[in-house]
Design a protein around this ligand. Structure first.
Ligand code: DC
Length: 228
């Protein structure tokens, strides 16, 4: 099946499988996949490593603002980079996860990330996942998907994912982090997580990955009148 040159925006709660679906779509239809959350995680790692987040979680906003112009954050084929260092693994640790929501709520951080996302989006044929792609970053995206699933299913997925990466997660902590992020992401002032009015909702609590891809195929066929 052929899909025209469009932008596909996939938003939704943490651990709903946005990146898994986005990567599959990218592979199947030769789109570029962009993980916007990875950029927020990269900024968070940068802040942690430069002593800009205190023990109690307080963020040195002035220091962060001053340091961003020299932060060389980028995507390469094997993941997210800071300068020449691949940070793909370290940005997924619980330490980064537990600080990323307050960092991503800061307006100048959002501008910093949005500039990079817009630069990538210029090429079209992009599938991007995040929280505000269909509402703020690319409000004209031709296909918008809003993903959701029950908190129990999402916490279990995150738990399994961390185990597979050799980490030692504690379920209560994983669930706590998930619910905290849901709350901060949906209640922040700048670009909160919310469903765009024209987004298609996908609740995958009880769906297999195959069912999700079939769902997407049906959506694209209907949208573009593809008869295959
Ligand atoms: O998708 P993720 O869990 O890797 O995202 C990490 C954090 O980044 C998440 O808690 C909210 C934030 N984020 C955001 O505010 N806007 C986006 N477009 C993507 C992520």
């Amino acid at each position: 099946m052929n899909i025209p040159d469009i932008i596909i925006a996939i938003d939704g709660y943490s651990s709903t499988g946005k990146s898994t679906l986005a990567k599959l779509i990218a592979e199947e239809y030769s789109f570029l996949y962009l993980d916007s959350g990875a950029l927020y995680r990269g900024v968070t790692l940068h802040a942690l490593e430069n002593g800009l987040i205190a023990e109690d979680g307080t963020i040195d906003e002035e220091g962060l603002k001053a340091s961003l112009p020299s932060l060389d954050l980028d995507f390469r084929t094997d993941g997210t980079y800071i300068g020449d260092r691949c940070v793909e693994k370290v940005i997924r640790t619980l330490e980064v996860s537990s600080h990323v929501s307050p960092i991503s709520a800061i307006p100048f951080v959002r501008n910093f990330v949005d500039d990079r996302l817009h630069a990538f989006g210029r090429r079209k044929r992009v599938v991007m996942d995040g929280r505000d792609i269909g509402t703020t970053v690319f409000p004209d995206a031709e296909i918008k998907i809003f993903m959701t699933a029950s908190a129990e299913v999402r916490a279990q997925r995150r738990f399994d994912e961390m185990k597979m990466k050799g980490q030692e997660p504690v379920m209560e902590e994983v669930m706590k982090n998930l619910l905290e992020r849901d709350y901060i992401d949906s209640h922040r002032e700048t670009s909160p997580l919310s469903r765009a009015a024209d987004a298609y909702v996908l609740d995958n609590s009880d769906m297999t990955l195959h069912e999700e891809t079939v769902w997407f195929q049906g959506l694209a066929q209907g949208k573009f009148g593809i008869l295959e």
